[in-house]
Design a protein around this ligand. Structure first.
Ligand code: SF4
Ligand code: SF4
Length: 406
């Protein structure tokens, strides 16, 4: 059985690192699982491709995540800070910098070098969410190199991260981090916190182990502190000290401060925030499920005036079709509401993620009087059966005979 909180935190940090570094390499239907492609302004998201004009879905997803964040903070406190925040996780990954301070100049220099390598890798992994790592390494491998913008971004980001993790580290959490400042607004007296149990104050041996180990240098025994990042290091230290004397640690997780009454996870503000979060999730799922991956625009072909060919009337149209999906689509074309009509061609193929312009002739039995008739140009996916249509007009030329051919 794993002892203390730290081994669990390490496990979460390793999984998070593996996820962030590994996700850009994962492909679904030939595309990155998660990547925003800057040249085409498209977001690849686990097999779906969102085009720029669908970014309202991303906005709803952001609203959902913000509400979820507030809800998690209200119930579980600064669990984000202690367990998954990249600042905490990367500070822990580069913990060798703190240990090297007590050693000689060679160890210090080596630890700074290692930290720089970590920062270069982390910066590259962030770029892979915009430029596929296969393209990234492919270009480097053939000596083609990256664009100036990419090089610049990589160098500046690596430098900024290095300065942050070499010199700022946990000072960021205690001074600059806006979330740390906001958390007091999101907490109530039943939020999960790490605290010293004042009812056992007399048992404290004043060994200072908890204070010495605290990465932000606070004394948890003095009560809640906005600088606390909920890392639980003090819990493990006190558990070790008190455990050696056969006693339970004096520091632990508490729903609200120790000694507070009526500890309930579910209370009105949590229920209200939870309901808003659930509602935004339902709306997000609805938007994603009802999303149509085809786009259609129908334009008359002004270079081909409507004409009669023997006993048939012929009109020409341009169909602008978008395939926003991740698979090629074969589409049947029909003129709905135009009796006896045929489309030529009656089927087109459009590749995944492509836009295409197709000239389509609609042929209908001619009418002696001529005139315009409204109808719906319809495309239907052969694969999914999903249909899309747009209203337009068919022009019957005067008379039913004619010698011109399309
Ligand atoms: S008080 Fe405890 S939980 Fe808070 S930052 Fe210090 S060691 Fe971590
Ligand atoms: S580690 Fe425990 S016993 Fe030691 S000073 Fe901190 S709270 Fe007291």
């Amino acid at each position: 059985m794993t002892k203390g909180v730290q081994p669990w935190r390490r496990l979460v940090e390793i999984l998070e690192g593996a996820l962030i570094l590994g996700l850009p390499f994962l492909k679904i239907d030939g595309q990155s699982a998660l990547r925003f492609d800057v040249p085409t302004l498209r977001l690849y998201f686990f097999g779906s491709t969102l085009w720029m004009d669908e970014f309202f879905i991303v906005l709803v997803a952001v609203i959902f995540l913000v509400l979820l964040f507030v809800l998690v903070t209200l119930i579980f406190g600064r669990i984000w800070c202690g367990w998954v925040c990249p600042q905490t996780v990367l500070t822990d990954y580069t913990g060798f910098l703190d240990r090297a301070k007590k050693k000689g100049p060679f160890s210090k220099a080596a630890s700074y070098g290692a930290a720089l390598v970590v920062c270069i890798i982390v910066s590259a992994s962030l770029i892979w969410y915009f430029v596929s790592p296969y393209e990234f390494f492919g270009r480097l491998a053939v000596g083609q190199g990256l664009s100036r913008t990419l090089w610049g971004f990589w160098i500046v980001l690596s430098g900024t991260l290095f300065l942050n993790f070499a010199f700022v580290r946990h000072k960021w959490c205690a001074t600059v981090c806006p979330y740390a400042k906001l958390q007091s607004v999101m907490f109530d007296n039943k939020t999960l916190v790490i605290a010293f149990d004042p009812s056992r104050k007399q048992e404290c041996m004043n060994c200072m182990a908890c204070v010495k180990a605290c990465p932000v240098g606070i004394d948890v025994r003095k009560g809640p502190d906005a600088a606390c990042i909920n890392c639980a290091v003090c819990i493990d230290e006190c558990t070790k000290i008190m455990g050696a004397r056969g006693k339970k640690g004096l520091i632990g997780y508490f729903w609200g401060l120790p000694g507070e009454t009526a500890k309930r996870m579910l209370r009105s503000n949590a229920l209200f925030t939870g309901a808003l979060t659930a509602a935004s999730l339902v709306f997000l799922v609805y938007l994603a499920a009802s999303r149509i991956t085809l786009g259609l625009d129908v334009l008359p072909d002004y270079n081909f005036p409507p004409r009669a060919v023997q006993h048939e009337a012929v009109n020409s149209f341009f169909l602008l079709i978008e395939n926003r999906g991740s698979r090629d689509e074969e589409l049947d074309i029909r003129a709905r509401g135009l009796k006896g009509s045929k489309a030529r061609p009656g089927r087109v193929l459009i590749k995944a993620g492509q836009e295409g312009k197709f000239q389509v002739f609609i042929v209908a039995p001619a009418q002696a009087q001529g005139g315009a008739k409204s109808f719906e140009m319809e495309i239907e996916s052969e694969r999914t059966g999903k249909k899309l249509m747009q209203k337009t007009n068919f022009i019957f030329p005067q008379g039913s005979g004619g010698e011109q051919k399309p």
